[in-house]
Design a protein around this ligand. Structure first.
Ligand code: PLP
Length: 358
């Protein structure tokens, strides 16, 4: 059982029921006398796991039939290069929305393959907001955006679909809320926030878009190779896929993405309300652009910052130290974090206020 209130931004936190099932499968999977770690990825039992996990992704996110669901490796960071490698040809340009640290990493990689046009950036205000009307360049090969900015604590709630094919890095908010898959031509996400353990990267892509990929791509970096081989061109991350399946079954039991979205809204509202009320803290993201997954906030001075970090740690609250470029605090409210943990954090903030002002 989890004893700590884990607000860490990653790797993933999982519900304890999923941890227990995963632990059992490591010892003896389904009573087969084999560990999930030693079973052949070509066995019918594991092929069934891959199929079930793909079907769960389709069901939970309402993925239409003309989209493929792929399980790759290399994390979202490999996608930063794989996207332009497949879809940005010399003489073409790709549009990028600059909303922070990970968007910038994607931009850096894309520049290796062709021309990159920045459609908008929120750098002028330390990435505290999401620029509006960003998908307005119809000529671009694609537009790349980051739906949730894990470090800066902002989230896109309105995806404009009028422009170029939309590609989105959804690493830190996939499965946390309802999305309309057909707004996108390709979505990618490192598994390790809301899906499962690190090691697997989810890609959901429109087949018609994949068919437009450049022809000469190394096999391991060619989406079509994974599509044509049921994501098993090489040895897949067996454990990561298996635990993702368990976690997605858990999500289904929570009322699916619609059900978890309501809980996520409730958790975020509770914490932001306290941040806005408590005179010792203030939020860093503009109100209409605040992320429900990564809540970033600062203390009014260094004494409060160090004092509260220690006070919170004494109450079993871990992982709230902000990323070094933003400082202060970041509380990640991923799907598996219960409302009760947010209640503990909010009450710690209120208690600390009392102690500090006495
Ligand atoms: N994109 C976003 C939005 C992220 O939050 C992260 C990691 O936290 C990454 C990309 C990098 O992912 P990975 O570590 O899987 O390469």
């Amino acid at each position: 059982m989890h004893k700590k209130h884990n607000f860490g931004a990653g790797p993933c936190i999982l519900p304890s029921s999923v941890m227990e099932q995963a632990a059992q499968a490591v010892i003896n999977w389904g009573g087969m006398g084999l560990s999930i770690l030693e079973v052949s990825h070509r066995s019918p039992e594991f092929e069934d796991v891959v199929l079930k996990t793909q079907l769960l992704v389709r069901e939970l996110l309402s993925v239409p039939d003309h989209y493929s669901v792929l399980f790759l490796q290399g994390g979202a960071s490999t996608q930063f290069a794989m996207v332009p490698m497949n879809f940005l040809s010399k003489g073409k340009k790709a549009a990028y929305l600059d909303t922070g640290y990970f968007a910038q990493k994607a931009i850096k990689e894309a520049k290796l393959f062709g021309e990159v046009a920045l459609v908008a950036s929120s750098k002028d205000k330390d990435y505290a907001y999401i620029p509006v009307d960003f998908n307005n360049d119809k000529q671009a090969a694609y537009l790349h955006c980051t739906s949730n900015n894990t470090i800066e604590g902002t989230e896109i709630f309105d995806f404009s679909t009028a422009g170029a094919p939309l590609i989105c890095d959804m690493s830190s908010d996939i499965f946390s809320r309802k999305i309309n898959i057909t707004d996108f031509d390709l979505i990618y996400a490192g598994a390790q926030k809301n899906m499962g353990p690190a090691g697997m990267t989810l890609v959901i892509a429109k087949n018609e878009f994949l068919d437009q990929a450049k022809k000469e791509i190394p096999s391991m970096l060619d989406y079509r190779v994974f599509r044509d081989n049921m994501s098993m061109y090489n040895t897949p991350p067996v454990f990561s896929i298996y635990v993702a399946m368990l976690n997605l079954l858990w999500l289904k039991d929570q009322g699916g993405v619609n059900g978890i979205e309501q809980k996520n809204i409730e958790k975020a509202k509770l914490l932001y309300t306290e941040i806005d009320r408590n005179p010792l803290f203030y939020g860093t993201a503009d109100v209409g652009h605040r992320s429900r997954m990564n809540v970033t906030f600062l203390a009014i001075n260094k004494e409060v910052e160090t004092g509260f970090l220690k006070f919170a740690a004494d109450q079993g609250i871990v992982g709230i130290k902000g990323y070094r470029t933003v400082g202060g605090f970041r509380a990640s409210l991923y799907n598996a974090l219960p409302l009760s943990s947010v209640e503990v954090l909010v009450s710690a903030m209120a208690s600390f206020e009392k102690i500090y002002s006495d």
